[in-house]
Design a protein around this ligand. Structure first.
Ligand SMILES: *Cc1c(COP(=O)(O)O)cnc(C)c1O
Length: 228
């Protein structure tokens, strides 16, 4: 068995063990395999195992890799987990099924305009997560915690964006738990069904705190050559 198959198996095993520990494991839990920086031949190993949900953090890289793969493998579910520049909105909507990095009014409006102008694109029924800067880090994308509630309601009710949950990336040198709790609490208050949180170092802890979508890269594909 290849390393990737072994890694994948242990991640699934770890998730199953954690599932036993918690009472409310989400019914539509999703493991997003983050394939950024890895090429098609590596990704295919997981596609061949029947895995469907993948994450990429760059629109151009994803387009290059996935336009072909999506034709070869049906029902791939591709998630944009990195920041989205407004000028790449259309491309992003073409390539991705779900976008986790909604964080400003301009982007929400641009997405909705783009979908309204293109019924074909609209029929893909994209879903969206609002990214929350739970650590209030100045350099990080994501909307401030205090602005999130109104922003989500506005995006959903006025702009009619299909917001399904909240997403966060905790600061690297802090314990992630308090950020997971903040995100989950706010998500519950907004009655959103999904929370995207947890990466290789903390996905099990995130699940214990109510994550429905975990984004796991290196635990599955191995160390990345390029740090991004
Ligand atoms: C790269 C990345 C991940 C996956 O990171 P790993 O530590 O390799 O699991 C998850 N979420 C985001 C937003 C990322 O950019």
């Amino acid at each position: 068995m290849s390393d990737i198959h072994n890694n994948y198996k242990s991640v699934l095993h770890n998730i199953r063990e954690t599932k036993k520990k918690i009472s409310n494991f989400p019914r539509d839990f999703k493991l997003i395999a983050v394939s950024k920086t890895f090429g098609e031949s590596v990704i295919i190993q997981l596609l061949e195992k029947g895995h469907k949900a993948f994450g990429e953090n760059k629109v151009q890289e994803a387009e290059k890799k996935w336009m072909g793969l999506k034709k070869q493998y049906r029902n791939v579910d591709l998630h944009l987990i990195g920041p989205l520049q407004t000028n790449k909105t259309k491309k992003a909507l073409e390539v991705f099924d779900c976008i986790h990095s909604i964080d400003r009014e301009k982007l929400v409006k641009k997405i909705q305009n783009t979908l309204e102008l293109d019924t074909n694109l609209k029929s893909k029924n994209h879903s969206f997560f609002v990214q929350v800067n739970t650590g209030e880090e100045t350099q990080k994308s994501g909307i401030n915690l205090k602005d999130t509630y109104d922003f989500v309601l506005w995006s959903k009710n006025e702009i009619k964006l299909n917001v399904i949950g909240l997403m966060c990336i905790p600061p690297v040198n802090e314990k992630p738990a308090k950020h997971f709790i903040k995100l989950k609490t706010l998500s519950d208050k907004l009655k959103l069904p999904f929370t995207s949180m947890g990466m290789t170092n903390d996905y099990l802890e995130a699940i214990e705190h109510g994550a429905t979508h975990v984004r796991v890269g290196s635990a599955i594909f191995g160390k990345r050559e390029v740090i991004i």
